[in-house]
Design a protein around this ligand. Structure first.
Ligand code: SAM
Ligand code: DTB
Ligand code: SF4
Length: 363
């Protein structure tokens, strides 16, 4: 059945004026998510092209600088001391070792280096070591991101002084589903740290996980929370739950239907058009075709490298060959520097350099 073009005209109002909205409602978001896929992708594409080069993907590399033994009971996580997952607890890594790993990631093409610690929050005595990591990685000319759990205001200040670019702190799911996945921390705890990070002038990276048994309504509600923060996170990672045996989420998880996932990525792009949307955990179980659809829906960042924190990720070779097949490329510099605020409110095609022609093998 064809879609009445009158209705399409109404949908084009989603392209807006270029002002970012922070007053989205659950009903509006659900209606966008349910649009006919061609219209949904068209609108997501228009907004994507207004702010980014759609042929570029940001590449970040991840390192677990302190693994396992975490006091929190997050039901999805391999690193919680509450679950028997076989992950061995380690101490905080030495600064030199972290910088060596960052150097390797840079040589592999990553522009951002993200360091994760299995903490409820850092101890003040660990902050010097973490700040030295941030300073050392920045000195390599890479963007820095850390994810350390909940922060206090003085800790945010120290991270800012060390020159931290991004703080990752995911809200993980909806407010309603949150108590099903963690009891030692709450959605309000998460939002409190996000507010401190924002007030401290550090860029915010916040997203969540799908496939933990939540409903579609929960997934949409999670994006609505992010899209109604006073300012959208600069970076929105969308993780598909990476199965971890021995965790409570094993009992609850349900596979994520791929087209519904593409719709969610498009929704993130439409609600937060200027944010980088990262296809995060779970890519190793995604086909090339699904990832391509996600890029068309507005995803423009990935983690590169064989491992995330404790689980697998497609290797660099696989990712670069996919990008080549798609005539896309890894961005050589932060994609945010590309943001083009003054493009017209219509289709917003940005002038851009020609993508590399696919090689014979990629055709
Ligand atoms: N401990 C800190 C915290 O929880 O904020 C930082 C590290 S924690 C591992 C970072 C994020 O990784 C979590 O908030 C969650 O979104 C994501 N994550 C953890 N386990 C995952 C899994 N098995 N699959 C997908 N994402 C996961
Ligand atoms: C994010 O949203 N995903 C990354 C990063 N931020 C820290 C973490 C994914 C972890 C996947 C499970 C693991 O490797 O342990
Ligand atoms: Fe700890 Fe973070 Fe894992 Fe929760 S998600 S158990 S806080 S490492």
């Amino acid at each position: 059945m064809s879609v009445p073009r009158q209705a399409m005209g109404d949908r084009l109002s989603l392209l807006g004026t270029g002002d970012l909205r922070t007053d989205w409602t659950q009903e509006e978001a659900a209606a966008i998510h349910a649009l006919p896929l061609p219209d949904l992708i068209f609108i997501a594409q228009c907004l994507h092209r207004r702010y980014f080069d759609p042929t570029e993907v940001e590449t970040a590399s991840l390192l677990s600088v302190k693994t396992g033994g975490c006091p929190e009971d997050c039901g999805y996580c391999s690193q919680s001391a509450h679950h028997k997952t076989g992950v061995k607890a380690t101490k905080l890594m030495a600064v030199d070792q972290v910088i060596e790993e960052a150097r390797r990631a840079k040589a592999g093409g990553a522009t951002r280096f993200c360091m994760g610690a299995a903490w409820r929050g850092p101890k003040d005595r660990d902050m010097g070591q973490v700040c030295a990591m941030i300073e050392g990685v920045s000195a390599l000319g890479m963007e820095t991101c850390v994810t350390l759990g909940m922060l206090t205001e003085p800790q945010v200040e120290r991270l800012g002084e060390a020159g931290l670019d991004y703080y990752n702190h995911n809200i993980d799911t909806s407010r309603a589903y949150y108590p099903e996945i963690a009891t030692t921390r709450s959605m309000d705890d998460r939002l409190e740290t996000l507010a401190l990070v924002r007030a401290g002038g550090i860029k915010v990276c916040s997203g969540g996980i799908v496939g933990m048994g939540e409903t579609m309504e929960d997934r949409i509600a999670m994006l609505v929370i992010l899209a109604t923060l006073e300012q959208h996170p600069e970076s929105v990672p969308i993780n598909v739950w990476n199965e971890i045996k021995g965790t409570p989420v094993m009992e609850k998880s349900r596979p994520v239907e791929p087209i519904a996932f593409v719709r969610l990525v498009a929704l993130a792009r439409i609600l937060m058009p200027k944010s980088v949307v990262r296809l995060s955990a779970g890519r190793h179980a995604m086909s090339d075709e699904l990832q391509a659809l996600c890029f068309l829906a507005g995803a423009n960042s990935i983690f590169t490298g064989d491992v995330l924190l404790t689980t697998g990720n497609p290797g660099r070779g696989k990712d670069f060959s996919l990008l080549e097949k798609l005539g896309m490329r890894a961005a050589l510099r932060p994609v945010h520097e590309d943001v083009c605020d003054d493009s017209p409110a219509g289709v917003g095609l940005r002038p851009q350099s020609a993508p590399p022609a696919p090689t014979v093998e990629a055709q």
